[in-house]
Write a protein that binds this ligand. Structure first.
Ligand code: FES
Length: 339
């Protein structure tokens, strides 16, 4: 029979079915469980077992240090329950999310955003509700592994029947290859979601958003949603790209800036713009210009939202930690460009 998990200090309790992981159960109830990989490799679901017994679904010793194992640290994604348990998760955020579900979808439209990035529209069998910044998993029916992509539009009040994703072509990638050859137009896809703990947190401090490559989708979605209400928080948005040709969504960003209540600064940063192109903006990598462009917005209330390839996220995280941003206020959506 089902056993119960209680999370302290939040005081939240939910049932876990036999054989289900604690993480899976928590997510199915709409709780913002800390996690990333879901398969026992990243360690981001670590927490302390305060009371009760669990069953390891895979060996924790691959990820956890000996002293962590000793002191009762577990991975929620790899723990089923043998008894009712109490877990200690100090940074557990009390946020009600829309539980993920399976949807049948159909690719209805693809449109070029840049030479290697497409906007893909998918019509679902019924509306989906989500928070701006979250993602879905896509499974095309050709037997390829599922891929994760963020919603590129903010949520609608009545849910979204049609969703939009930004998909970047990966050289040699099987799925994106088919998509860019037009072989997936009109095809059925399985959609699972919404997922992810990337959403705009409450607060009064400045917001710094950094997007790289196709990592712009959740940032634009989140800012469009935020621009609907007067938050009174300054915002700086950095967009890291290779060349001017790789910049996209510029009209949408302009609209966000026009609607934003207070100061909104958009800073594109190009790493590979050819000499003599006439580009007068910033060059280099996003992390190297943050201090310069955000100097007056760095406080312990500043929140940072990052989405893009892992090396960019790691570099920016290092930089903002050095600039005094507290780690609880850094929210990252790391994606591996799915082939
Ligand atoms: Fe990555 Fe559990 S979510 S180890």
């Amino acid at each position: 029979s089902a056993k119960t998990v209680t999370i302290l200090p939040a005081g939240v309790s939910f049932d876990v079915k036999p054989g289900q992981s604690v993480l899976e159960a928590g997510l199915s109830h709409g709780y913002a469980m800390p996690h990333s990989c879901t398969v026992g490799t990243c360690g981001s679901c670590k927490c302390k077992l305060a009371e009760g017994k669990i069953k390891e679904l895979t060996d924790f010793a691959y990820v956890l240090e000996a002293d962590e194992l000793q002191s009762g640290i577990i991975l929620t994604c790899q723990s089923a329950l043998k008894s009712d348990v109490t877990l200690n998760i100090p940074n557990f955020e009390l946020k009600q999310l829309h539980p993920p579900e399976d949807y049948d979808g159909k690719i209805t439209k693809t449109e070029n955003l840049t030479h290697d990035t497409k906007k893909v529209s998918i019509l679902l069998d019924r509306p989906i509700w989500f928070d701006a910044g979250q993602y879905v998993q896509l499974e095309v029916e050709e037997g390829l592994a599922a891929r994760s992509y963020s919603f590129a539009l903010p949520p609608a009040e009545d849910g979204c029947r049609e969703i939009e994703l930004f998909i970047r072509q990966v050289p040699g990638g099987e799925f994106t290859g088919m998509l860019f050859d037009g072989k997936l137009d009109g095809k059925s896809v399985k959609v699972h979601g919404p997922s992810g703990n990337f959403w705009l947190r409450d607060g009064k401090g400045p917001i710094i958003c950094v997007g790289g490559g196709s990592g712009l989708a959740p940032i634009v979605s989140l800012l469009e949603q935020a621009a609907k209400s007067p938050l009174g928080r300054p915002c700086i948005m950095l967009f890291g790209a290779r060349t001017q040709e790789d910049l996209y969504c510029l009209e949408r960003i302009e609209e966000i800036a026009a609607k934003w209540d207070g100061a909104f600064t958009f800073v594109p940063v190009l790493s590979n713009e050819p000499e003599g192109s006439g580009w007068t903006g910033h060059t280099g990598f996003v992390n190297t210009v943050i201090e310069q462009v955000a100097a007056q917005h760095l406080s312990n209330e500043t929140q940072v939202y990052l989405c893009g390839p892992p090396p960019m996220i790691d570099a920016v995280t290092d930089t903002v930690l050095k600039l005094g941003i507290v780690s609880e206020n850094i929210h990252a959506d790391k994606f591996l460009d799915a082939s």
